[in-house]
Write a protein that binds this ligand. Sequence first.
Ligand SMILES: NC(=O)c1ccc[n+]([C@@H]2O[C@H](COP(=O)([O-])OP(=O)(O)OC[C@H]3O[C@@H](n4cnc5c(N)ncnc54)[C@H](O)[C@@H]3O)[C@@H](O)[C@H]2O)c1
Length: 316
Amino acid sequence: MSPAYHDDALVASLLDYTGVRCVLEEAFADLALGAAGIFPRTRSDCGDVKLSAMGAIWPAKGVAGAKVYPTVEGQFSFLINLFDLKRCEPLAILQANEVTRLRTAAIVNLVALRVVPKTARKLAVIGAGVQGKSIAEALLQNFKFSQVCFVDPAVKAVALEQWSRCLPVQPILCSAEEAVRGADMVVTASRSKVPVFDGSWLKPGAFVAAVGVSLPNGRELDDLTLARAGRVIVEWKPQSLAEAGEIVLGKASGALESGKIIDLPDLYRGQRHWRAAPSEIVVFKSVGVGLADVATAWLAVQRMAARSPEVQEIRA
Ligand SMILES: NC(=O)c1ccc[n+]([C@@H]2O[C@H](COP(=O)([O-])OP(=O)(O)OC[C@H]3O[C@@H](n4cnc5c(N)ncnc54)[C@H](O)[C@@H]3O)[C@@H](O)[C@H]2O)c1
């Protein structure tokens, strides 16, 4: 049977932030047990164009797959191939811009729900693009923020107002310092390769989620943020330690001690705590890993199968 093709509109209609977060919880718990495997990102360059691939194997769900994407003038276009491991044959092909958007927002939520107290009231988001807005939208489903501050020199207040009409809180545009001072949670989702705020502005106990850079020579967080953080959570050390500029450059400058770096498998195995004390500054540095893509794509295919009986169900 030919693999089904799921375009972004279909994928978006099948997925929700909570469902994706729950499937990521399951996938990373299996990774911690050795019951899932990650194919780390590989990148090739030719001239100004890059081609990248990353993926995962998840035997418990009978699925494996890879996301592949070119980068042309800073823009990405994502595609995922999923394989049915039981039959060892192609299962589905997904246009994966929506998968990427949803799984990134969901993984920030997954960590925030473990680290950020329910009493958190102020959210700062630096970079009001696709990811910054989706992460804010997902967080607002779980936290009662009364103040949401966006920082983005390219975004107009009227556009932010139009986008946010269905949100429970009207976000405001402000400077990075106004946004970060007093924030319980700071999200960075810009395309900046240099720090986007000063670590001295963070209040004790702040949670910082940095998703914007996955190259070792770029960073959104400064050395002071890393030095003040009690722990830096990453998705998966083998990929994150090589790709995250915050980690590579922070270790090189001496601002970040290796012992502070904890990955999701460490946390799901219960070897480390998500947070030591309410006053501890915690950083989550996301680069994006293939297990999140494959788990999210698998969920979309499962939901499609449930929606239309003629689409064969994946049997684990
Ligand atoms: N970690 C992950 O898994 C993951 C997943 C998807 C995207 N990303 C990365 O996240 C970043 C954002 O992606 P996107 O799709 O939202 O891009 P986007 O282009 O839609 O949005 C980026 C926004 O950041 C703003 N910006 C740039 N520099 C800024 C600064 N110094 N201060 C404030 N705002 C600034 C831009 O004006 C733009 O509006 C990209 O670098 C992308 O590679 C990471």
